[in-house]
Design a protein around this ligand. Structure first.
Ligand code: ZN
Length: 245
């Protein structure tokens, strides 16, 4: 019987941030570890991140950047920096790395209570963003479990649905889930947070107490930035890490 889950997303080739997450994870040897995708893209260590995630997690999903580097999704709608990073990343990866990414599902049911997906329960491979209460409202109809963990927007948040159909936002570091409600939980991003906080973000969920905890973990951003610049990736990808935007 698994009580604790650690769920993270959007590592984006940031090895220093991933290591910070792994040191946290070491403190929970019995937890079930789940990666919601976008292991690569933006950062300078895609290969190392694929390798370490594949060795460490119990469940691993694919995101849009993972699909883009193996040609499964178009990069036409990516912004120029993301596109440059996809092309750079694709050149770094060998066949083994790519076949690992190719084998990842885009969504999964962890048990009868938890659904996990990179983007959204509605059309997971269309890579829709859930950014508002209205976006979330539509999505509750597309999974049947009580909880759905997502990533993709790099913005941590919890949106709940009460039995009488009310949809509400909860933005706290620790959230006590109520048994009667259903929830969509965005776990934020390990490697490129966009909520104004530069620290790596992950979620610890206790199935028994129904507590959601967002953990923020410091790492050496300057080392990550130096690698991005050295790799010849767009400078903005280094710069933004410090602002968490
Ligand atoms: Zn992402």
């Amino acid at each position: 019987m698994i009580m604790k889950h650690i769920v993270f997303s959007d590592v984006h080739g940031n090895l220093e941030a991933l290591h910070a997450a792994f040191s946290f994870i070491k403190g929970y040897p019995d937890a079930r570890i789940c990666s919601l995708g976008d292991i690569v893209g933006y950062g300078a260590n895609p290969k190392e991140c694929i390798w370490e995630v594949s060795k460490t997690v119990h469940e691993s999903l694919a995101g849009n950047h993972d699909h883009a580097v193996i040609g499964l999704t178009s990069i036409r709608y990516f912004n120029p920096y993301a596109r440059a990073a996809v092309i750079w990343t694709s050149k770094c990866l060998d066949e083994e790395d790519k076949s690992y990414l190719l084998g990842l599902p885009v969504y999964k049911r962890l048990n009868n209570k938890i659904f996990v997906v990179h983007s959204s329960p509605l059309e997971p491979e269309q890579w829709h963003y859930i950014m508002s209460i209205d976006d979330a409202k539509r999505n509750f109809a597309f999974f049947k479990e009580r909880l759905c963990f997502i990533g993709h927007s790099h913005v941590p948040m919890v949106i709940g649905l009460s039995p009488d159909g009310k949809v509400f936002l909860e933005n706290y570091e620790i959230i006590q889930l109520k048994e009667e409600n259903r929830y969509i939980i965005n776990v934020g991003s390990i490697g490129q947070p966009r909520d104004g906080d530069w620290r790596a973000c992950l979620v610890l969920y206790d199935d028994e107490s129904r507590l959601i905890e967002f953990k923020r973990l410091e790492y050496e951003v300057s080392a990550t930035q130096a690698k991005i610049l050295e790799a010849g990736l767009p400078g903005i990808l280094a710069e933004r890490l410090l602002y968490g935007r």
